[in-house]
Write a protein that binds this ligand. Sequence first.
Ligand code: BES
Ligand code: MN
Ligand code: MN
Length: 512
Amino acid sequence: MVIGIVSSRADRRRDAGDEHRETQRGRVTRMAPVISNTASSATASTLLPQVLAHCEASQPSAVERLTALLRIPSVSTDPAFEGEVRRAAEWLTADLSSMGFTAEVCKTIGHPMVVAHHPGVGSEAMHAPRVLFYGHYDVQPADPLELWTSPPFDPVVVDGPQGKRIVARGAVDDKGQVMSFLEALRSWHAIAGGPPVPVTLLLEGEEETGSRSLEPFMHEAKDRLAGDICIVSDTGMWDIDTPAITTRLRGLVYLECTVHGPTRDLHSGMYGGAVPNPIQVLADVIHSFHDGNRRITVAGFYDGVEELSAETRAQWESLGFSDAEFLGDIGLSSGFGEQGRSCLERTWSRPTLEVNGIFGGYTGKGAKTVIGAFATAKISCRLVGQQDPERIKAALKSHILARLPAGCRATFEEHGANPAISVRESSPFLTVANDALFEVYGRKPLLIGTGGSIPAVGSIKQILGMDALLIGFGLDDDRVHSPNEKFELRCFHSGTKCHAAILGKLASVKQR
Ligand code: BES
Ligand code: MN
Ligand code: MN
């Protein structure tokens, strides 16, 4: 396939492309020829139209590559899938190597990281901002399996109301979005011999389990991960025609609490009424977390929570978000939460304390008259503003311990603590992103918040000193973490073009 002007450079491109196909088929990692960083008269902005045309022409093969990655069940939370997580890292490393990247699967205390680097090609690259792309190749468990209409790791492309979509675990979170960036790199490689700016990728295999290895790894690999701006594609759009840049992420504190009572399970007739039942104690504790207005009662919980500025409130109101649609989509007709606040406000700007799982006693079929010796709740808090994750964790533990009756004790397992993130709403990088998204969609992107969390973004700021551009291509109905997760192919392909355009436009920002 030859697109645009064919030159001797194009021949090299085609060779590199052939090598890539061989790599993916034969599973051998070989370096593509590295094209030297020589001056050329073509600037990134003159090449961009060809790169975008290449993205478009590559769509069918891009879907094939995404399908291959989605077939690897890289479930990070389940030790049974450890080898598969590694296989996904190797797959990505091979793919990046085929595009002239120096790519490596790096060992960590947990699942491996993929780190890849390309110095960039063309005369602008040495002065342009260095991009660090962060994404994750691990996925959430697929269960409940019986609710999938096709097997979660056997991707299918099906028709939907917005065109074709790919259905598989990880389709949008985050393999599809990671591949939208890789496809953009592939097109730059094909047209120009490489990206027009220096690019480093950090692809994590533990995001869905709280990014345990990330901070130690970042300290260790700080020099290799250096950059001027971080791009993350793990969030959503406003709607399928309207791109968005996310400027707020909520933080997350996750605590598993087990209440222990009697030393063993008891006959509920022989002992019932005379001893504490851990399930009921735990239920009382959970009940105490909120007051009648759904405000959280944990002492100091709201320290650092900020009210919206009049400006942000007005901007959010102008978005025209429909609570009825948001709720209707999940079978609800009325909202629930802190009094007097809209769904957007509740999910983007307010903290939560929720129970994500609860078990104890007898949960099998039929009836068993028993008082269980323990009961467990998985509790998480979404944080906003300046809420301090460590203080929230400590306050939550004290709140629980203070409410246990004599004869009960509690133990805790911690699963991560990350602060909320807010990104500056004006920077030269944001301007570039705005222009790029406008070029692809013909619409200015909206600045939005999200209720979700991406722990890495805080670490990237703290340890690597970089701001993040959160530009994602998911939609609210993508069923993230649910059965039948999907990614609209329109979002995948437009996302690819946006990344290609962002890279092209960053080349003309003089950073160094
Ligand atoms: N990509 C999501 C975060 C997200 C979800 C952003 C929806 C925007 C919209 C990410 O993979 C995720 O699921 N994060 C977890 C946190 C993690 C520590 C398990 C989350 O938000 O629950
Ligand atoms: Mn994600
Ligand atoms: Mn996720």
